[in-house]
Design a protein around this ligand. Structure first.
Ligand code: AHR
Length: 520
């Protein structure tokens, strides 16, 4: 009898502890989709999925462009493997030529016969010689090959109003004028279609160390003459705030007449400490946590910058353009510190997935964003080594998420567990959802917790799917990455962990994973 009681007690205790272990292993998140669309839900602009390519390190030369005499297969000098990969990812727009480089760039150096183009020093990035062999024609023709719209960053810091107005006219004008004649003489008869123009870059820093008030006045002047330059619709983007410089946004919104401006920029990098950024691969969990803290600050930044914009522009005519974002780490050992070359791990997939969910959920105001940078620089989607090319985990997230491009946002509320490290915590799950033009619903989910799977229940509202499919991106370790010797270590695979029950969607989301679901 006594023995039996002991047995029962020990069985109960075992079950009790098993339950505790299970609940530790699988946490709980609930998501509610708000599907009653009153026609007011914003469209997630495809331009949120845009990219940035600066004359920096091997971003342009060796990355996009190898020249038409290269043995690497190319079309007019642009790598064919890169063209295919970026087309598959559906790159909507590409920002060029900088960054800091833009405010030192004089576009007339990069047109005409290549042997006549001057060589300059790239003073921002490694002090290397820039031979100007990749200029306006090469960039705009490349955009046509990629199926991407160009976004040209004009030189305000060391340029003139006339120089920028001439550039607009050179690329866009169909009328007879000195600039369109020059373009024709250089071999391009028809104008290109260039809508997006940046009026300087980081005017508060490398773009001229201006005050917000001074820059707002400069912007008014530049913008006035740019408007007269080209044929099509022009979208002028003001150099915006760094991080939480809300005064910068407020000053621009207050001081620039709204008929002169279509977008205000914002730059935010996920960084631990500018003096001690930490490694791109062999980071600790603490460094992972710090990067996620910094990346997820994007939510607060776009919320607060948007609130300021709402004050001056309640109709939301002016876009918030996050034209530089991404993770920034120490360069890989043995590489030029001025080239900003870093590897890309599952950590970067977490940064990309959570940030893109934030942009989707704020698509009423955030209507363009450009990942920094596209190839071989910072949080790149592509890395190249001579003839070899690899796709990074960030590429795969961008490709998986492209289903949201130009789809209608489905707002959601989320109640999630925390990912805790020591005394600090972050929301473990991030999500966004949309309905595309064919009526197909997509839900993108990120579990940033590297230690726990998460049970997620999604209330689908009035969505009644007959089929659910999905793809997942994950790997055994946060530090895993694709290398030139193991290029496909990390790639999306079919996801089978979602099931419908009583109208709800139940998902088991593995630790440190990105999932995109398709509901037909
Ligand atoms: O993306 C690298 C640099 O970061 C850009 O040139 C500059 O705009 C920013 O500070």
């Amino acid at each position: 009898m006594k023995h039996n009681l002991k047995m029962k007690l020990s069985t109960c205790l075992t079950i009790f502890f098993l339950c505790i272990i299970c609940s530790i292993g699988n946490a709980q998140t609930t998501i509610q989709l708000h599907t009653s669309d009153s026609g007011k839900n914003p469209v997630i602009s495809k331009y949120i999925y845009s990219h940035f390519a600066e004359h920096l390190g091997n971003g342009i030369y060796g990355g996009f462009y190898v020249g038409d005499t290269s043995k690497i297969p190319n079309t007019n000098g642009v790598r064919n493997d890169v063209i295919a990969a970026l087309r598959k990812m559906k790159i909507p727009a590409l920002r060029w030529p900088g960054g800091c480089f833009a405010d030192t760039y004089h576009w007339k150096d990069g047109i005409g016969p290549k042997d006549k183009r001057p060589e300059i020093v790239n003073r921002w990035w490694g002090g290397v010689t820039e031979d100007n062999s990749f200029g306006t024609h090469e960039f705009l023709n490349m955009c046509e090959l990629l199926g991407a719209e160009p976004y040209i960053s004009g030189n305000v810091g060391s340029g003139t109003v006339q120089e920028l107005a001439d550039w607009v006219q050179y690329v866009s004008s169909d009328n007879k004028n000195p600039m369109s004649e020059l373009r024709k003489a250089n071999g391009r008869d028809k104008p290109w279609s260039v809508g997006f123009w940046g009026v300087g870059n980081e005017a508060w820093g490398c773009g001229g160390n201006m005050t917000a008030e001074y820059y707002a006045n400069e912007f008014r002047k530049y913008s006035t003459f740019m408007a007269n330059g080209g044929a099509g619709k022009i979208f002028r983007i003001a150099s915006g705030a760094s991080d939480a410089d809300y005064n910068w946004t407020e000053t621009l919104m207050k001081n620039i007449p709204h008929n002169l401006i279509e977008g205000v920029a914002l730059h935010h990098y996920a960084i631990i400490d500018w003096g001690k950024k930490g490694p791109a691969i062999n980071f600790t969990e603490k460094q992972y946590f710090q990067i996620m803290q910094s990346a997820m600050r994007m939510e607060e930044l776009v919320t607060k910058h948007s609130a300021i914009m709402d004050k001056y522009d309640p109709a939301k005519k002016i876009a918030l353009v996050v034209d530089e974002w991404g993770g920034w780490y120490d360069v890989e050992a043995g590489t030029n510190p001025g080239f900003l070359y870093q590897q890309n791990t599952i950590r970067d997939a977490m940064v990309a997935g959570t940030t893109l969910n934030t942009f989707n959920n704020h698509s009423d105001r955030v209507r363009m964003a450009n990942l920094a940078q596209c190839i071989n620089v910072l949080q790149a989607v592509i890395l190249t080594d001579k003839a070899k090319m690899i796709l990074t985990p960030t590429y795969h997230v961008m490709e998986m998420y492209n289903v949201h491009q130009d789809a209608t946002l489905i707002p959601l509320t989320i109640k999630t567990d925390d990912y805790t490290l020591g005394a600090e915590k972050l929301p473990a799950i991030s999500a966004s959802a949309s309905k595309d033009k064919a009526g197909i619903v997509h839900i993108s989910l990120v579990n940033i917790n590297p230690n726990k799977a998460e049970q997620i229940t999604i209330n689908l509202g009035d969505i009644k799917p007959s089929q659910i499919t999905g793809r997942i991106l994950t790997s055994a370790k946060l530090q895993d990455y694709n290398s030139f010797t193991d290029p496909d270590k990390i790639k999306p695979v079919p996801f089978k962990g979602a099931a419908l029950k009583n109208g709800n969607l139940n998902i088991t989301m593995p630790a440190a994973s990105v999932v995109v679901l398709t509901l037909n």
